[in-house]
Design a protein around this ligand. Sequence first.
Ligand code: GDP
Ligand code: MG
Length: 256
Amino acid sequence: MDSADFEARMRRLEYFHGVRTLPGAWVVIRVDGRSFTRLTAARFEKPFDPAFHELMVGTARALLEDLHGLYAYTESDEISILFPPGWDLFDREVEKLVSISASVASAAFSLASQAVAHFDSRIWMGAERQQVVDYFRWRQADAERCGLNGWCHWMLVKAGKSAVEANAILAGKSVGFKNELLFQHGVNFNDLPVWQRRGTGLHWERQEKPGFNPKEGRAVVTTRRRLRVDEGLPMKDAYAAFIQGLLDTVDVDQVN
Ligand SMILES: Nc1nc2c(ncn2[C@@H]2O[C@H](COP(=O)(O)OP(=O)(O)O)[C@@H](O)[C@H]2O)c(=O)[nH]1
Ligand SMILES: [Mg+2]
């Protein structure tokens, strides 16, 4: 048997290996906790637990740093990481991107929580900046919908309803109905922490640091990059403008 031919035949069956994200497209990788309904049930406060949120923010930070992302957005048990068109990590190979991102997230969350946690991962691509803006508006709308629903669900359960009964009461009900339900139980949804209603963003910012150059014997200012965690994101059009501002910092012709 010709060993080069054998090697080539076996390699060809690694069928998906050549699949790459489109050149020049914006890429979002979204990881989502696997069976986190079960994982969170025993360990964390319902419907929102700041300790769980901190773990998700830490996981988002690990992903941004490891994969060199531009922006991360987290809500509930999911994290979206945005990459600019010129980003070329792992030569943009899909298998690498989904498997490594899921691994980084799983390892970071598991280590920090001391619980075995798994994340799945998927890729979204957008050719236009407007699509990227729409993507993040989409996830933020999901955060608000799930936040309101989660609060109503647990309010009903804490008031003595079964989970099935709570689901039946809420099925097909309007946003107004759900807000009113919470209000009757003493909760104003609009007064809840912003991260519970709109999610949390992480992005890089430049920080100027005054120092002293002993060789030249003079004061100098150095700039450093650091991650800013935004727990007070704006919403709707203002959030769209915020995302647009981040995209405008990217020179699409530049390969990083
Ligand atoms: N206890 C608790 N659960 C949370 C929190 N944030 C998200 N979750 C739960 O995480 C789950 C995320 O939804 P989904 O991904 O559809 O469920 P999965 O398929 O079981 O991972 C829901 O059951 C949420 O209630 C939190 O802060 N505290
Ligand atoms: Mg999940």
